[in-house]
Design a protein around this ligand. Structure first.
Ligand code: NDP
Length: 490
């Protein structure tokens, strides 16, 4: 080791003479085009960005591990869950949904909660949020929902009017909007919120028995939120408070942790359950399917480089390992293609070769070449079938984790409504039975403030009469009173 820093080089490793001065003709003459180091420096600089994610742009993340704390082999054969005490390395990315890079961390919004497990049978990604439900239940409406949360096409401004117009015309959003307008819409830190896969997934055990499951990551730091007033005050002081908080906690070895709890529904229960269990706008009430603690996730290492690891990490809904599969939840099925596609566009077709995305297990297949390909299989055959020892898929050992019905008619329909399915019922339960009086006061106040920011009168009236009064008549009346509108009819 020497105290001298290394000499600067070009990207080809050639030592360069100056970090400060371009090559010129005399002291006052033109800059020379053959200054190869200046050219490379500027050319690389203008290519420093990759396209942003379309949403969940701003975020932060950390590495850590998952440890199994209960035997789940009766429900899934997933290798990384096979033994109590088993640890799997992982990376987690938290994010704000609508905000761009540089926007405040404190805005009222849902937070992304995405986990990548580097398992021995490939990467397993859970691409979830800090709420157990979602705004829409059909992927056809997903881009419309995101557009309504972003910026106006003419002014380039955010618009509460556009948000409330979309929400109040989409009654299935009521449950999620109730959570968003509660203080959980402004978490104090990423460490103090729960994570949920939100969608329903399939688990399958070694004997081929299938179960429907929901994932809940419960914060061991305890839930802590900001009030609306606090979040607006912090916004003025620190745009990056959540990113900073996570980084500083990990750096001081105050490692944040979450308990993974599973709701597990026997396969046959789904058809007759009182709610359609695949509808992502609904939870499974805990008295029907009590959450079972199965593991613990700890974040104990900060990224070394934000761009290489946090920006370039790619989570894919379709990354599921043997023993885990999708359910008929349309938000899972509809997202199975888009996430890998987004990474191919944003980073390039070989994004899985970057260290943060690279699986811990070996990759064997017939994909080849493409921009920036680094890992390769030498002279191995590039086609299947072949006579030269290339990889072979084994459908007896690995099969598609499905439930699909052969011969079913192709349809474009709503979900099958079960007995208790109604867009407002669970939001009403949350308001009346779960929220404390203080939670209810904050919820009403947050809704009123949000609806007062540039929302047209007719949309405010729709929000009162067709939305909040359906969630709860008392809540609709409170919102109407504070907005100076007529109370909703009984
Ligand atoms: P429970 O009383 O068994 O569950 C209520 C759950 O609500 C709690 O365990 C907690 O879940 C969560 N919660 C507590 N306070 C708030 C709050 N202020 N805002 C949002 N969520 C809160 O009843 P049910 O299971 O019958 O659910 C009733 C309602 O609770 C649902 O309609 C849903 O709105 C909400 N809820 C239910 C969840 C579930 O999985 N069943 C999960 C989250 C919310 P947690 O520990 O996950 O924070």
């Amino acid at each position: 080791m020497t105290d001298q820093p290394p000499n600067t080089t070009t990207d080809s490793g050639i030592p360069v003479p100056s970090d400060e001065h371009a090559l010129t003709v005399g002291q006052t003459g033109p800059v020379l085009l053959h200054d190869f180091y200046l050219n490379e420096k500027l050319a690389h600089f203008v290519r420093e960005r990759v396209p942003d994610r379309v949403y969940h742009v701003k975020g932060g993340g950390a590495f850590g591990y998952f440890e199994v704390t209960a035997d789940v082999s009766q429900w899934t054969k997933a290798a990384f869950l096979s033994q109590v005490g088993k640890r799997t390395p992982l990376f987690v990315r938290f994010s704000v949904v609508a905000a761009e890079e540089g926007a405040p961390d404190t805005d009222r919004d849902v937070r992304g909660f995405a986990v990548k497990f580097y398992t021995e049978e490939g990467n397993y990604d859970i691409v979830g949020n800090n709420t157990p439900v979602f705004f829409v239940r059909d992927p056809m409406k997903f881009p419309d929902f995101i557009h309504s949360q972003e910026r106006m096409p003419d002014t380039g401004m955010r618009s509460n009017n556009m948000q409330w117009d979309f929400w109040t015309l989409s009654p299935e959003s009521a449950h999620q909007v109730t959570m968003l307008m509660s203080d959980r819409g402004t978490p104090r830190t990423w460490r103090h919120m729960n994570g949920y896969a939100s969608s329903t997934y399939l688990w399958e055990n070694a004997a081929g028995q299938k179960f429907w499951v929901k994932y809940h990551f419960k914060t061991e730091q305890g839930i802590q939120n900001m009030t609306d007033a606090e979040s607006r005050a912090i916004r003025a002081e620190d745009l990056d408070c959540h990113r900073r908080d996570l980084w500083e906690a990990v750096a001081r070895k105050d490692y944040p942790s979450w308990r993974l709890e599973m709701q597990i529904m026997p396969f046959e229960d789904a058809a007759g359950y009182r709610f359609n269990p695949f509808d992502i706008t609904k939870v499974w009430p805990q008295r029907d399917y009590p959450p079972i603690p199965v593991g613990r996730m700890v974040l104990d290492r900060n990224p070394e480089n934000f761009f290489a690891e946090v920006t370039q990490v790619a989570f894919e809904v379709s990354n599921m390992v043997p023993g885990i599969g999708p359910s008929p939840d349309r938000m899972v099925l509809g997202r199975m293609f888009a996430y890998g596609d987004s990474a191919r566009y944003r980073i390039g077709p070989n994004y899985d070769q970057l260290p943060v995305n690279r699986p811990a297990s070996a990759v064997h297949n017939y994909n080849k070449d493409g921009p920036m390909r680094y890992h390769h299989s030498g002279s191995q055959p590039v086609y299947a079938p072949n006579s030269y020892g290339g990889p072979k898929a084994d459908q007896h050992r690995y099969h598609d984790a499905g439930w699909f019905v052969e011969g079913a008619e192709i349809a474009r329909t709503a979900y099958e409504a079960h007995k208790d399915d109604d867009d407002f019922v669970q939001a009403g339960t949350l308001y009346r039975q779960v929220m404390t009086p203080a939670d209810r006061d904050h919820l009403a106040g947050n809704i009123v403030w949000h609806l007062s920011q540039g929302v047209e009168r007719f949309i405010q009236e729709r929000a009162v009469n067709d939305y909040w009064a359906n969630v709860d008549h008392d809540l609709g009346t409170r919102v109407a009173n504070d907005l100076g509108l007529a109370a909703p009819a009984r």
